[in-house]
Design a protein around this ligand. Structure first.
Ligand code: NAG
Length: 284
């Protein structure tokens, strides 16, 4: 094995042990979420331990959190639409209200059987996004549940997959790049049809003979400040996520993962930004 593979393996093993020993929070879906659309296509099952969304020709479905969060570490285990999922998109994101909203996005773009999902990520601050980074995953996200997390504090936003950081958006307010610090965000998820653009840029259409398509959710956990009418109430003590920052090793480890699995980065797409890259792209 080369040095990179060894490093990735050790990062992966490390994450596995943390996942293994983390506590399980059962029965939370009926307490924490509302199914907001889809006419019965979204379901809470197993005494609130499992939630499923489905999509057919007539409609997709979606849910949202009852609470709003202002900073935290939020984990969800998701099992994506298996088989031929081309044309389907599963979204999982945090978003605040209004015209100058903040948003932290995961989107999973389906594919033909055996072809890889694309995990799309984006960060909006004050209503402006255009910060896409896309990844392939190092596992089949339809074979089992995997944990997708957002860590959001005053220093940075980190996207994690099974505990492994894959993307960071730093607080660069001192360089006049807006950062989400004021607006509480709700958690949303949906399963819908986007075959105009999702798979190979819209070339592969949804095969409705395979409907209904289903994605499943479990073990939601929000170790977060919860905003009640604008006043956030934070977990007691000083949770580790609150002061989390990357040291050099952690940042390098993330770059190794990115080199292997990132398939699109707005910061290297020169065709898209002929006038020069967004400011944050040049700051490390
Ligand atoms: C689907 O598979 C093709 C072929 O491997 C790949 O190029 C593409 O990035 C995959 N994902 C999507 C969402 O199109």
């Amino acid at each position: 094995m080369d040095r990179h593979s060894t490093l990735i393996l050790s990062i992966l093993l490390n994450a596995l042990t943390t996942t293994f020993f983390s506590p399980v929070y059962a029965g939370t879906f009926d307490r924490e979420f509302d199914i907001t659309w889809g006419g019965g296509r979204g379901k809470v099952l197993n005494n609130g331990e499992l939630l499923t969304l489905s999509l057919d020709r007539a409609s997709g479905s979606g849910f949202q959190s009852k609470k709003e969060y202002l900073f935290g570490k939020i984990d969800m285990q998701i099992k994506l639409v298996p088989g031929n999922s081309a044309g389907t998109v599963t979204t999982y994101y945090l978003k605040s209200k209004g015209d100058t909203w903040d948003e932290i996005d995961f989107e999973f773009l389906g594919n033909l059987t055996g072809d890889p999902y694309v995990m799309h990520t984006n960060v909006y601050t004050q209503g402006k996004g255009d910060r896409e980074q896309q990844f392939h995953l190092w596992f089949d996200p339809t074979a089992d549940f995997h944990t997708y997390s957002v860590l959001w504090n005053h220093h940075h936003i980190v996207f994690l997959v099974d505990g492994i950081p894959i993307r960071q958006f730093k607080n660069l307010e001192h360089r006049r790049i807006p950062y989400p610090i004021m607006q509480p965000m709700r958690l949303y998820s949906s399963l819908w049809n986007a075959d105009q653009w999702a798979t190979r840029g819209g070339l592969v259409k949804t095969d409705w003979s395979k409907a209904p398509f289903t994605a499943s959710y479990r073990n939601f956990r929000a170790d977060a400040c919860v905003s009640y009418t604008g006043k956030p109430s934070c977990p007691a003590g000083s949770p580790r996520w609150l002061s989390h920052r990357f040291d050099l090793t952690a940042e390098n480890n993330m770059r190794v993962v990115q080199r292997k699995f990132m398939v699109y980065n707005y910061c290297t797409d020169s065709k898209r930004f002929p006038q020069g890259f967004p400011k944050e792209c040049g700051i490390h």
